[in-house]
Design a protein around this ligand. Sequence first.
Ligand code: XIL
Length: 347
Amino acid sequence: MHYHMSRLSIAALALSLGLTLALASGQAPSLRTLANERGLLMGGAISSELFNADNPDEAATVNREYNAVVAENAMKMRAIANSPNPGNYLFATADAMVASAQKNGQTVRGHTLVWHDSAPAWIYEIKEKAAMRVAMTQYITTVVRHFGDRINIWDVVNEAISDGPGNPLRNNNPFAVAGPDFIALAFRTAHAANPAARLYYNDYGVEGLNGKSDAMYALVKGLLEGGVPINGVGFQAHLDTNFSVGDSGMQANLQRFRNLGLEVQLTEVDVQMVGNGSEKEKLARQAQVYGELLSTCLAVKCSAFMMWGVSDWTSWRAGGKPLIFDDGYAKKPAYGALIRVLQMAGK
Ligand code: XIL
């Protein structure tokens, strides 16, 4: 007993010393610590850069700052199923990412099951409705079951709505061969494969109140009315510094989806620096947009704020320097803006 007590008190002493030292040195809390306190998923997209031993900053940053991750490309159909035979599906990279996430206590968002842009060649060869339904069912079932309860959030359908006037579904979607209910089919199949998973529709250009977000609202409302198992909507938020969160009507837009009983997440946030002004001014403007995006997300009780990458250097839009860590993984003003919003939001 004495032995245990003393071990305990040594541990307590060490803990309080550690805390005191952290406070004395002004050590700031990480995004993930603050997000954890608020039950918010906060993180971003990871790529094979996570495993690049020559760039240890990538993994260090991800594991210090993110409590949630999403594979930038490794779970897309073209990465997993370049063969139609489930026996030949390629899961190695995705599995390594999930293992890393589990080791580091991070939630994984699964991205994405049905997306025209990542359909492999063999999908385009299918012209028969029944055959496409079999292909979709088999693919979704195999992938969702493969990850099982390691992934309990899926972007089931990505970017199905067209950008054109009227915004019906895009007409270049090979999966539409499965019939007008191909979206419902995808959600029902994913739900059957993992009934515990939260299932999302995810799209871009739908952040504010506009024709495309109206079309998305009509789509998901119709799915709900049809008893389709959809739990949430992902708003990608690939934006630039000209975007005005306030003028766009973003909060009212997100709220109308919340009012349908759906979860809301910002899933792929990045804010490219555009326009005139000094570097310092552009960084400040970017920080402002990031801060407003997060506070709008929190105002509607969103469940995740995910960024599309880690540092500007490896961003898919590297030229626009759209992320919160610079090319050398230093914290940009946008990082500070997110910290401040989380601190002000309370617990
Ligand atoms: C992008 C990746 O970042 C790129 O590396 C890849 O070449 C194409 O896809 N919407 C999405 C993401 O849902 O999957 C996309 O990711 C960006 C736009």
